[in-house]
Design a protein around this ligand. Structure first.
Ligand code: SAM
Length: 236
C-alpha cells in the first residue's frame, strides 16, 4: 500500500504526534504509521515494533519499498522490549485491546523514562488504559473518538503530569466514558454508548433468566451500575 494517505483512525493518531518527535510504534503491523509520518517530515526517526513474524516481515517490506530504511528501524520483539531507554520521545500503540495496551506499558515501564507522550488507540476497553495512566503518573490530556467503516475508535493521549486532574467530577464515570469525550458527547460517542447500553441490557436480561449464584449476582450488580451510568450520560 502507498502510505501517502492513512485510514481516518491512524491519521488521527498521527495528528497527535508532536512535530519533530522520535517515535516507537508498537504493534506496527505494516508500519503504515511510521512510513506516513516520516514521509510527511513530522517524525525524523521511528522504530516499528512487532512481536509476530508475519507483520514484522510486512513492516520490513513496506519500509524497504518506500526507501525509508535510514529513518525507520523495524524491530522484532514483545512490546516495549524493542526500544532502549532514551531512544524515543513518543510511543504510539494502536489497534489492540485496552487490556493488552496496559499490559505492554506495565511490562515496559522502565523504558518510559525519556518518553514524553503516549498516544494509545484501544479498539475496546479504553477504561483499562485510563486506569493504567491514572495509576502510573500519566495525565490524560486529549481524547478523540471517531467512526470509520462502521466501527468506533477512541484515541487517548497522555503526558507525564498530574494523573488525577482529568477525573475531578465523577472518577468512575469519567474512567469508563472518558473525561473529555463526556464533555463533547459527539455523534460517534453517542452511537458507541447507545450500542453498549443495548448490549448490557441484553446481557442483563439473560442473567435474569440464569440460575442465581454469587458470580451472577456480582455481574448483575456491575451491569446495573453501568446501565444506569450510560442512561444518565445519554440523557435517558
Ligand atoms: N498498529 C496497527 C494499526 O493500528 O493499524 C496494527 C494493529 S494490528 C490489529 C495489532 C498488531 O499488534 C498485530 O500486528 C500484532 O502482531 C501486534 N502485537 C500484538 N501484541 C503485541 C506485543 N505484545 N508487542 C508487539 N506487537 C504486538
Amino acid at each position: 500500500m502507498n502510505t501517502d494517505k492513512l485510514s481516518k483512525r491512524l491519521a488521527m493518531v498521527a495528528s497527535l504526534i508532536p512535530y519533530g518527535s522520535k517515535i516507537a510504534d508498537i504493534g506496527s503491523d505494516h508500519a503504515y504509521l511510521p512510513c506516513y509520518t516520516v514521509k510527511k517530515g513530522t517524525v525524523p526517526f521511528a522504530i516499528a515494533g512487532e512481536v509476530a513474524e508475519g507483520p514484522f516481515l510486512s513492516a520490513l517490506k513496506q519500509v524497504k519499498t518506500e526507501g525509508l530504511t535510514d529513518k525507520i528501524q523495524v524491530r522484532k520483539g514483545n512490546g516495549l522490549e524493542v526500544i532502549q531507554p532514551g531512544e524515543v520521545e513518543t510511543i504510539t500503540i494502536a489497534g489492540m485491546g485496552g487490556t493488552l495496551i496496559s499490559q505492554i506499558l506495565e511490562a515496559g515501564k522502565e523504558k518510559l523514562v525519556s518518553v514524553q507522550k503516549l498516544i494509545l488507540q484501544p479498539n475496546v476497553g479504553a477504561f483499562a488504559v485510563r486506569n493504567w495512566l491514572l495509576e502510573n503518573g500519566w495525565e490524560l490530556v486529549q481524547e478523540e473518538i471517531l467512526e470509520e467503516d462502521g466501527k468506533i475508535y477512541e484515541i487517548l493521549s497522555a503526558i507525564k503530569g498530574d494523573p488525577a486532574s482529568p477525573y475531578q467530577e465523577n472518577p468512575e464515570k469519567e474512567i469508563l466514558f472518558g473525561p473529555y469525550l463526556l464533555k463533547q458527547k459527539n455523534t460517534a460517542f453517542l452511537k458507541k454508548w447507545e450500542s453498549e447500553l443495548k448490549n448490557w441490557q441484553r446481557i442483563l436480561s439473560k442473567l435474569d433468566e440464569a440460575e442465581e449464584s454469587e458470580s451472577t449476582l456480582l455481574k448483575k450488580e456491575e451491569l446495573i451500575k453501568k446501565i444506569s451510568m450510560a442512561k444518565e450520560v445519554l440523557g435517558k
